[in-house]
Design a protein around this ligand. Structure first.
Ligand code: TYD
Ligand code: MG
Length: 455
């Protein structure tokens, strides 16, 4: 069969050209042309579109449209459902991205088995590993169950045929980077191939009412296409994150047509696969021992869920040259800003110190309410005095040194008390009077240092 006609489409402006070029002839962008299948898709779509318009089925009352909520398929892991928005939606395609080795195959094999155990037909297409390797992992995580079918192939057409013939409730495709379409000449993992694989699978999902869970490795920009290339082709993008050597794994939605993107799922990698943690809110606390200098606890709000998190800081006298500032889990620029605010408005000068900030447990916190805990961890390390016992901090720090209450401070306080903390230090709420007991308001950063640090 001759290779189907392809064209090179600019990823910036959408302009097409028959030949590859380093620069887009239409808009002048560099390295933006991607090989894309041209003719057959439009040819096959045109008549059906015409039919749809002619037929009465094109127009229906909104009330008669079947709700996706009713048909959601729970995944079997509550933390995954939380991020998906309640379960898999039939006819949708979900991309599970993450670094190689983080546990994507493990997670999806477990989900596949949980569904199969409930009597739903499930297909696991493996292009990355042999069927025997998948079986080996399945033994480890208890996924050798009836109703879970394997197909080992790297050929997109074979994978699609397998999905079509078995019409599974869930089809896992592991991974988008290993499947190839014979219609394109590019190698497996090239931008053109992964886009073709994802869009054909998306069509198959819609057509058959199957939910396709597509695995994609996050890769360095360049020769191999990563999940970013695919975000607009799929209904949801879920990232599995964590430090490879640690055991905590976080699930986050970068895009979700069927749910919120704020929710985070917390999982733990164990010898028998990924499992849910008993009390996620307590999970990120290092220990409940006596407070040490350089550690401050905040209650972060990840979606609707409050999580108690320890922020650690180390301020050590710097050697020669400019001092080091290194952060994990918080925004480095935010830390630089807090260092400047502490110097200017609290008299805590860190210019001669190397500064390291870390969030315990591998969590990443982006909300401004973490400011106060970061600043107090820094102050605590510099002063070598621990933060007061049974105290958590949540508030935004302004350049002026003033503080602002954390959003939904009362929800955070409630969670703090549940975990045994006695007070939440925050900033003044706008127009807010009548504080609940346990809420301690600091006016500015200097005030907060006085309240938060011992002695
Ligand atoms: P894997 O699912 O193969 O990662 P990915 O598909 O994202 O590349 O997981 C690989 C790692 O997970 C590997 O280093 C071993 C570890 N692991 C466990 O710790 N426990 C288990 O039960 C399994 C199956 C894997
Ligand atoms: Mg894998």
């Amino acid at each position: 069969m001759p290779a189907v006609r392809t064209q090179y489409v600019c990823q910036q402006c959408g302009g097409a050209s028959p030949k590859w070029a380093g620069q887009c002839p239409t808009c002048g962008a560099w390295n933006s042309l991607v090989e894309t299948a041209a003719a057959p898709r439009t040819a096959s779509r045109a008549p059906s579109a015409a039919r749809a318009v002619a037929g009465a089925t094109a127009i229906i009352p909104i009330g008669a449209v079947e709700s996706a909520e009713a048909s959601r398929v729970p995944s079997g892991l509550g933390e995954v459902d939380r991020v998906l928005g309640g379960g898999f939606v039939p006819g949708s395609i979900v991309l599970f991205g993450g670094d190689p080795g983080i546990g994507k195959s493990t997670l999806l094999l477990q989900l596949a088995a949980r569904l199969a155990e409930r009597g739903l037909p499930v297909l696991y297409v493996t292009g990355e590993e042999s069927a025997a390797q998948v079986r080996g992992r399945a033994e480890r995580v208890g996924a050798v169950v009836d109703g879970l079918q394997l197909a080992a192939t790297t050929d997109l057409d074979i994978a699609l045929a397998a999905i079509e013939s078995s019409t599974p409730a869930l089809a896992v495709v592991d991974s988008v980077q290993t499947l190839t379409s014979g219609e394109l000449s590019g190698p497996a993992g090239s931008v053109g191939q992964v886009r073709e694989v994802a869009s054909r699978l998306a069509e198959a999902a819609k057509g058959g009412g199957t939910c396709v869970a597509l695995v994609g490795h996050v890769t360095k920009e360049g020769t191999v296409a990563g999940p970013r290339t695919l975000e607009h082709l799929v209904d949801a993008v879920i990232y599995l994150e964590g430090e490879r050597l640690g055991t905590t794994r976080l699930l986050r939605a970068a895009k979700n047509r069927f749910g919120s993107t704020d929710e985070v799922g917390v999982l733990e990698m164990r010898g028998d696969g990924l499992s849910e943690v008993a009390d996620a809110s307590r999970f990120f606390l290092e220990s409940d021992e006596t407070p040490t200098a350089g550690a401050a606890i905040t209650i972060a709000l990840e979606g609707t869920r409050p999580l108690a998190v320890e922020i650690q800081a180390l301020c050590a006298p710097a050697g020669y040259g400019s001092p080091r500032r290194a952060t994990t889990g918080v925004d480095a620029n935010r830390v630089l800003m807090l260092i400047a605010v502490l110097a200017r408005h609290a008299g805590l000068n860190l210019t001669g110190h190397d500064v390291y900030v870390n969030v315990a447990g591998g969590l990443r916190i982006d909300e401004p309410a973490a400011d106060l805990a970061i600043a107090m961890a820094l102050a605590s390390s510099l002063r070598e005095r621990p933060v007061r016992a049974a105290t958590v901090l949540a508030g935004e720090v302004a350049l002026s040194g003033r503080l602002r209450a954390a959003a939904r401070a009362e929800r955070r306080l409630l969670e703090a008390s549940r975990l045994g903390f006695e007070r939440l230090v925050t900033g003044p709420a706008r127009g807010g009077e009548g504080q609940p007991p346990g809420l301690v308001v600091a006016r500015d950063i200097r005030d907060a240092v006085g309240i938060a640090l011992e002695g």
